[in-house]
Ligand binder design. Structure first.
Ligand code: FAD
Ligand code: GLY
Length: 369
């Protein structure tokens, strides 16, 4: 119902989108972030809005991704106007490059299910691939072109959601850690802060990779695992690439400000958030093999972040069986930027309209059977 008091734990892209959507639907929202908004994985993300390329499973996860992409593009004009922040969305498409037999086979199998979706995905011969991106390295056998995918500046997106949420009346508390939940029987009634307790009708857990720690407050082991991703930015003018170029675990994203963002790693190393020489050297080697001209680029920044991994790579959305007044919005793994719009709307519909049906395929309980 409108007017519900909601506390959102976590100021990443997911928590900020939820705050934005909830405040727009008339809820009284307090978002609590232990650092600054965006201080988790969201500020590190490459910012791709790439529903077809993140390898989400066919069926409900892919549908959610496609739906969220459409929603995000739809709300961007008003989000940017309300927040005064340009999120720098661009849609140059993605070129998935095949060098080996296995890579070609895998990309051609994607083509089979992606072509009927009518999003312009098609196979390029080697000659066509080099014509599209002349700076590609040697040995390209062909490429899958996904021309409608895009990217934005994730730091700006997080701040746009937070700023617009604040304009809609949400209270954004930074440098404030949630240390526990307050309970009355099986009902979650609020959160514990260093300064005391704060009451709410609903608490939404949007604490990213740290969700397991929050689950412990209820004696639960939530199946969210930190998956470290390292990423590098570089600068070279003119940019040797015009679209996103991706091969295996290596991607290069030409950003609106002229930087090229290069990823990545996927590492199961617990809560270690630092970049490593091994990680960065692997990223750079992959990038230089794919687009040799980037070897001469100026090195910009190096980051690492913890993706909130989930056992099936899809998010966990909605209630936890046995507990009232609590909703989960975690486990967005590689696609939190992309899935932020739909997640914000689904959680809002559940709280303000009592309609949680669209979240059912993403219930935590899918892992208990
Ligand atoms: P986070 O952004 O991690 O936010 C969680 C927040 O909760 C943190 O700010 C943390 O401080 C706060 N918190 C935790 N515990 C507490 C507590 N007790 N009290 C208060 N606050 C708390 N996704 C895409 O869609 N496209 C991409 O191109 C893309 N590229 C990526 C590249 C890399 C290298 C990485 C690492 C990730 C990438 N992702 C991408 C994935 C995306 O970054 C994540 O899915 C998304 O950021 C998760 O958002 P979140 O809000 O759940 O988590
Ligand atoms: N979605 C890109 C990444 O997680 O690295």
């Amino acid at each position: 119902m409108p007017g519900e008091r909601v506390i959102v734990i976590g100021g990443g892209v997911i928590g900020c989108s939820i705050a934005y959507h909830l405040a727009g639907a008339g809820a009284t929202v307090t978002l609590v972030e232990r650092g600054k908004v965006g201080s988790g994985a969201s500020d590190v993300a490459a910012g791709m809005v790439a529903a077809l390329s993140e390898n989400l499973a066919l069926g409900e996860p892919l549908n959610l991704a496609l739906h969220s992409r459409a929603m995000l593009l739809d709300i961007l004009p008003s989000l940017q106007a309300e927040s005064g922040i340009d999120v720098e969305y661009r849609s140059p498409g993605i070129l998935h490059v095949a060098v080996t037999d296995d890579e070609e086979r895998e990309l051609r199998s994607r083509l089979e299910w992606q072509e009927p979706l009518g999003m312009g995905v098609r196979w390029l011969t080697a000659q066509e691939a080099y014509r599209t991106e002349p700076a590609l390295g040697e040995g390209v056998r062909g490429a899958l072109s996904s021309p409608n995918e895009g990217h934005l500046n994730s730091r700006r997106l997080v701040r746009a959601y937070a700023q617009a949420a604040a304009k809609r009346g949400a209270d954004i508390l930074q440098d404030t850690e949630v240390m526990g939940l307050t309970l009355q029987g099986s009902r979650v009634t609020g959160v514990k802060l260093a300064a005391g307790e704060m009451e709410a009708d609903w608490v939404v857990m949007a604490s990213g990779a740290w969700a397991t720690r929050c689950g412990e407050w209820l004696g639960l082991q939530l199946p969210v695992q930190p998956v470290r991703g390292q990423i590098v930015s570089a600068r070279i003018l003119p940019s040797p690439i015009s679209s996103i170029v991706w091969r295996g675990i290596t991607y290069l994203v030409p950003k609106a400000d002229g930087a090229i963002v290069i990823g990545t790693t996927r590492e199961w190393v617990g809560f270690k958030e630092s970049a490593t020489l091994r990680g960065v050297s692997g990223i750079l080697a992959g990038a230089i093999e794919l687009v040799p001209a980037v070897a001469d680029a100026e090195l910009g920044h190096v980051w690492a972040g913890l993706r909130p991994g989930s056992p099936d790579d899809a998010p966990m959305l909605g209630p936890i069986d046995g507990w009232d007044g609590l909703l989960l919005a975690v486990g967005h793994y590689r696609s939190g930027i992309l899935l932020s719009a739909a997640t914000g709307k689904l959680i809002t519909d559940c709280i303000t309209r009592g309609d949680g049906t669209a979240m059912l395929p993403f219930a935590l309980s899918r892992f208990s059977s």
